[in-house]
Design a protein around this ligand. Sequence first.
Ligand code: DOR
Ligand code: ZN
Ligand code: ZN
Length: 404
Amino acid sequence: MLIKNCKVLIDGVEKITDILIENEKIVKISENIQEETSQVIDVEGKWVIPGVVDVHCHMRDPGLSHKEDFTTGSMACARGGVTTFIDMPNTIPAVTTADILRDKKAMMSGKSYVDYGFNFGGSRNDNSEEIKQIIDEVASTKIFLNMSTGDMLITEDKVIENIFRESKIISVHAEEEMVAKAIELCEKYNKPLYLCHLSKASEAKTLKEAKARGLKVYGEVTPHHLFLNVDDVNADERSSMLLRMKPELKTKEDNEELWKALADGTIDAIGTDHAPHLIEEKLAKLTFGIPGVENSLEMMLKGVDEGKISMERLIEVMCTRPAEIFNIKNKGKIEVGYDADLVIIDRDDKSEIKNDKVITKANWTPYEKFNRGGRVITTILRGQIIYSNKEFYGRYGREINYHE
Ligand code: DOR
Ligand code: ZN
Ligand code: ZN
């Protein structure tokens, strides 16, 4: 495949260039490539960015697949420009043993439109022996230090410490003072720590101090903790049910401080915490979690329009850094040798995001009535079009590989 006239960022410089793809990989990036290829696409100067890597998704499969499954969740990804996702372990059964992980991998094979990986779940029954067996087969060990959907909270220090000791990377659901506790353990066991969904200015400050001390600690923020706050929750009764998740939305000031932390490098990555529940479930009973993958890129482009971050920083925090932090091979960059995972974007389309147009089984979006900062026109996975103008192709997705 040859893609002509792509607007890309290379080493911080905006260029119009052609991209040549062979055997799933980017093989050449240069102006005016003249090659005989089976497929030529001229994007006429539209933006082309690396496929988004979303390391925080709850695809609900197996066990809660009425809310989402690997097929629908991955279609929502393709629609949103996400070409790699990492699935969270609070499915049913929870992914806390090597056997369950391997069963889940077998079950999910052939179901996804995009590439994917798995997080292993830390268990309160101390599954550190299991972690030893699967350490090279997962992105990280996810532990819950606060209560959330599922039954995966761990409170016993001995168990938490054993899990830190045996893991390669730890992803943590930690809120407020639990952030400091997770950082202490990161230091004690010298293990990379990924702080999921920071939601408060004070948490970003704690992260900044830890980084200044040289610790391998990384921070994630979700688009909803940047664009939404408690005023949106309190706007009406419907929003008071829908806009609920852990961590809860905070204040307008927190939104602003998190944007600054994202821009200045304190926060490393965007993850959506895509946590779908059906809209009927959300309206009937207080339920934590909201969908995110299909609007994350289009919303973050709005952040670029508003001057909150640059396009260069968007690509770092949505594509490059998540792949680097989790040692994911060949993803997150437009570079020769990398997988040809690409998103073609129409930056001129600032149309309204609509609830009745979503792909997720949840059947709603928290960004209804926001105007997108651009539209995903086409998503390419390893050189194959998987989504273009509302049509889906393939189910070519397969499990990602990790560096040693
Ligand atoms: O709101 C949330 N929902 N927060 C989490 O940490 C888990 C998630 C879910 O799985 O529903
Ligand atoms: Zn969480
Ligand atoms: Zn989550």
